[in-house]
Design a protein around this ligand. Structure first.
Ligand SMILES: Cc1cc2nc3c(=O)[nH]c(=O)nc-3n(C[C@H](O)[C@H](O)[C@H](O)COP(=O)(O)OP(=O)(O)OC[C@H]3O[C@@H](n4cnc5c(N)ncnc54)[C@H](O)[C@@H]3O)c2cc1C
Length: 409
């Protein structure tokens, strides 16, 4: 059996291990345009911040590929896939045939199509290579602009601030982390950002990057100019699936997969940030581009590639973020439409030291936000996953000491 895996992130890593556990003889080929051992992508911002050495990033020992008998094709980007011929081709013109294929290509950041977007000094924060390019430029006292108020924007802003840079975040939405949190939580985050000296401009977009030979200022859509020698684009990541032929393999935001992580074409599987599947909280297909999903999907996909039928129960978005000593946990659907069958229950400490919100769809929990006191989040996550009917009275639902009862219902 010839297996080809495209990508070298956590989904690919877990898939390789799962395949090898079940098939000790099959031929494994891994193609990736990165050329490192698999590493912890969520930790690259800590390398940028200077709080973690590069040696802590690899997820597996140097002997990893040899131990599993994996042929690595590093530094090559796949640019076409022919599911009829069962081949993939790289930009260098190399062709590889497969019996079973896994697409685990994660996401690619898309640049901002505004004047000056190619000026030196503008970066993404997606890959280790991005941080390596950024590091020599993060001199204390200089000015940086971070574009985007999502998870990556937050991590970039915090890291640059840790390095002593003056940081301005430019966020299009009315509050930070708008895809994950409600307005109340967004305001708490905003206070925290500002307390730590990060300037935040809400409801704004970039109109132009300006400078002669390199970035000197960022011009916003309201005409405001921010002088900055460095800009980090922390938004606009999309599944890296340009090479996937949409005529044969069904795609939406990501590659649509069934409960075995198989695409609409036999013997082609997808996992991680590149894949779109049934979401347990939204009850519709979604891409949940988070680390634990990518790892679990990679493992399940690997088992299926190796011929063991393994079912994935559905994905669930969740995030735990520690941001300048504020702990935030979000799970599932946190901003439901105001009308319809949703109920939102909230409680907050009078001094603002904690906040919690539960979202119910009829009598099932579908989402939660916890600010501080997040340690019971695992129970809420399990309840959402299992889609249990809740029988506790709504007022009791908010009492965190009742959450163990939720589990026993
Ligand atoms: C800065 C940052 C912070 C994050 N923090 C968190 C966090 O706190 N918690 C959390 O849950 N998630 C976090 N994430 C998201 C998390 O890292 C991703 O969900 C996870 O890495 C996805 O894994 P993956 O294996 O699907 O894809 P990736 O890790 O993106 O790996 C994809 C691989 O495929 C390669 N590739 C792409 N296209 C091609 C091609 N055409 N040909 C060959 N190779 C290709 C890429 O180079 C890469 O090696 C963060 C992400 C970033 C960037």
């Amino acid at each position: 059996m010839k297996y080809v895996i495209i990508g070298n992130g956590i989904a690919a890593t877990c898939a390789l291990e799962a395949i090898r556990r079940l098939d000790s003889h099959g031929r494994l080929t891994l193609i990736s345009d990165e050329d490192n051992l698999p590493y912890s992508r969520p930790l690259i911002s800590h390398l940028l911040a200077g709080t973690l050495p590069a040696a802590k990033l690899p997820l597996r020992p140097p002997s990893f590929y040899d131990d599993l008998g994996v042929e690595t094709v590093f530094g090559h980007r796949v640019d076409s896939l022919d599911p009829t011929a069962k081949t993939v081709r790289t930009t260098a013109g190399k062709t590889f045939s497969y019996d079973r294929l896994l697409i685990a290509t994660g996401g690619d950041p898309r640049g901002l199509a505004v004047p000056g977007h190619r000026l030196p000094g503008i970066f993404f924060l997606r890959r280790l290579a991005d941080v390596r390019q950024l590091l020599p430029l993060v001199g204390e006292g200089s000015e940086a602009v971070v574009l985007g108020g999502g998870l990556v924007g937050f991590k970039a802003a915090e890291a640059l601030r840790c390095r002593g840079l003056r940081v301005t975040m430019v966020i299009r939405s009315p509050w930070p982390l708008a895809l994950q949190v409600d307005e109340f939580t967004g305001r708490l985050l905003l206070d925290r950002l500002r307390q730590h000296g990060i300037r935040v401009l809400l409801g704004r977009e970039v109109k132009e990057f300006a400078g002669r030979e390199r970035l000197a200022k960022v011009v916003l859509d309201d005409g405001r100019e921010i002088s900055a020698g460095l800009a980090v684009i922390g938004k606009g990541v999309r599944p890296a699936i340009d090479f996937v032929p949409a005529a044969s393999i069904k795609t939406n935001q990501g590659i649509l997969v069934d409960e075995c992580l198989q695409t609409s074409v036999a013997d082609v599987y997808a996992a991680g940030d590149a894949a779109e599947m049934w979401d347990l909280a939204y009850q519709e297909p979604r891409v949940n581009a988070i680390w634990p999903e990518a790892a679990a999907q990679g493992l399940t996909a690997g088992r299926n590639l190796a011929g063991r039928r393994a079912r994935y129960p559905g994905s669930l978005g969740r995030n735990v973020i520690r941001f300048f000593t504020l702990d935030l946990l979000t799970i599932g659907r946190t901003n439901p439409p105001p009308d319809g069958p949703y109920r939102q229950l909230t409680a907050a400490a009078p001094d603002g030291s904690w906040y919690r919100k539960l979202v119910l769809h009829r009598d099932r929990l579908v989402g939660a936000i916890l600010v501080n006191r997040i340690e019971d989040g695992g129970i809420l996550q399990a309840v959402i996953r299992q889609q249990r009917l809740l029988r506790l009275p709504p007022a009791k639902l908010l009492d965190r000491w009742s959450w163990s009862e939720l589990w026993q219902l």
